[in-house]
Design a protein around this ligand. Structure first.
Ligand code: EPU
Length: 428
């Protein structure tokens, strides 16, 4: 077991380079299954969710070879299984993308119900509705924790999503890309990673138009070929470092970003008193004065991302007044607030709404990471707080932030990873 130990209260100054987008990479890697030839994927983030994706591919029979730290070559031609077992699927929410890609390629897929971060009910009914509309048969009952989808021939159809879902939008694209005929997906999600996955599929020979709008048109093609593709930079990793710059009253130049993807985050930070400067593929964030209170409501893209909600809330906990945070996407993403309270934050949660009364200072405390972004929020709180913060359950953080400790230390943070003996370890 590991924990992070942070000595807070330092102003962070310097440069940080952002890695590839987790939520794009966890979909692009399963999408390689659809190819008839090897694919080379660049700008792969060095995070545990990616290693799980590779393990799943290997379990299916694919060849996976790291060319260097950020480039992988995947040859799907040796895939001989269509089953993603529980031991692998339980470690990663995005394992559900193998349902769409295996179904799209082989007409059959069996995937254990996905694991991942737990912040409320995470249904996949819209994914299954899409597969069914394409002509797949999906049993009404889940058996032995496995979801199975089969089809003799997938056929394009019109599909209207009842909720705007990132996962369903991508999964339906994966299943429809080789279907016979045209699929029109309405009320689709518009996140940057949706566009990235569509671009990757198109680079393999797919015919997908409209990704990034709420209507996506997919003309099925019989074959997809191997390609080389570079994943976009991670919007949320960049946003997290922007919040870190502001929370530590620091000055960070954040490199390898797409500023357009950061607009909603930049706008909020500016409202809170930070200076945000866009310079080509970089963004510089500085914070001099007090943090101004404001309200934040998460929305599907291009709204403020739910995956930045806990990190921005740390700033509001340190602001000069009362702020209301509403998460309209997830029903239970405020569990981290209890941990912030242990550090001196004043906040109340009622369902999907949290109210923060800003305090002048947080103090270090032992806390835990409840999920990936909650864990990132704890790191930000620890960096801003006076004294020592120890964060448990950091495996959640390492699902989505590459070289987090190294990147933070390089800009002046005092943060270390400490190995702690498991309480269940047998004594020698
Ligand atoms: N929903 C349904 N039915 C479905 C699918 C979703 O009701 O079939 C609901 C969900 O319960 C939720 C809302 O729709 O209330 C949005 O869920 P969505 O499907 O968009 O989420 P997801 O695809 O499971 C991805 C990201 C999450 C991010 C959300 C929202 C990946 C692997 N995960 O999840 O990222 O919070 O979109 O933007 O792409 C993270 O990176 O920390 C993370 C949790």
């Amino acid at each position: 077991m590991s924990r992070y130990r942070i000595e807070g209260g330092r102003r962070l100054v310097g440069e940080v380079t952002i890695g590839g987008a987790k939520n794009a990479a966890v979909a692009v890697i399963p999408a390689v299954v659809l190819s008839d030839g090897p694919c080379r994927i660049e700008n792969i983030p060095n995070i545990s969710d990616i290693f799980v994706s590779f393990d799943i591919l290997k379990a299916l029979g694919a060849q996976v070879r790291m060319i260097n730290k950020t480039t992988v070559e995947i040859d799907p031609r040796t895939i001989c299984s269509h089953v993603v077992p529980h031991e692998l699927a339980r470690n990663m929410r995005a394992s559900y993308y193998f349902l769409g890609s295996l179904l799209g390629k082989f007409g059959t897929a069996k995937v254990s119900l996905p694991g991942g971060c737990n912040f409320g009910v995470r249904p996949i009914d819209q994914h299954l509705k899409g597969f069914t509309a394409l002509g797949a048969s999906v049993p009404a009952m889940i058996e032995n924790g496995m979801i199975e989808a089969t089809a003799t021939q997938l056929i394009g159809n019109s599909i209207y999503l009842d909720v705007v879902s990132v996962g369903a939008t991508i999964n339906i694209m994966l299943a429809a890309v080789k279907a016979r005929g045209i699929t029109i997906l309405e009320n689709a999600a518009k996140e940057p990673h949706i566009v990235d996955v569509a671009n990757f599929l198109n680079a393999m020979g797919a015919d997908i138009r409209g990704a990034g709008t709420d209507v996506i048109k997919i003309c099925g093609v019989p074959h997809l070929h191997g390609t080389t593709y570079s994943i976009i930079p991670d919007q949320i990793e960049a946003g997290t470092f922007m919040a870190i710059a502001a929370a530590t009253h620091g000055d960070l130049l954040i490199k390898n970003v797409i500023p357009k993807h950061l607009e909603s985050i930049s706008a909020k930070l500016t409202e809170m008193g930070a200076q945000v400067e866009e310079i080509d593929d970089m963004v510089r964030v500085t914070m001099d004065g007090p943090i101004k209170h404001c309200n934040v409501k998460t929305m599907p893209h291009p709204g403020f991302p739910t995956d930045m909600q806990p990190q921005i809330a740390v700033l509001l906990a340190l602001s000069d007044g009362t702020s209301i945070v509403t998460d309209t996407v997830w029903e239970n993403r405020f569990r981290y607030v209890d941990e912030l309270r242990r550090m001196g934050a004043q906040a109340q949660v009622n369902g999907k709404v949290a109210v923060f009364e800003g305090v002048p200072m947080l103090t270090g405390a032992p806390v835990k990471a409840y999920d990936l972004r909650a864990g990132a929020a704890m790191v930000i709180a620890g960096l801003a707080a006076q004294g020592i913060t120890e964060i448990d359950d950091v495996h959640y953080i390492e699902r989505g932030y590459e070289y987090f400790i190294e990147k933070l230390r390089a800009v002046g943070a005092e943060i270390r990873r400490v190995e702690i003996p498991s309480p269940f370890a047998r004594r020698a």
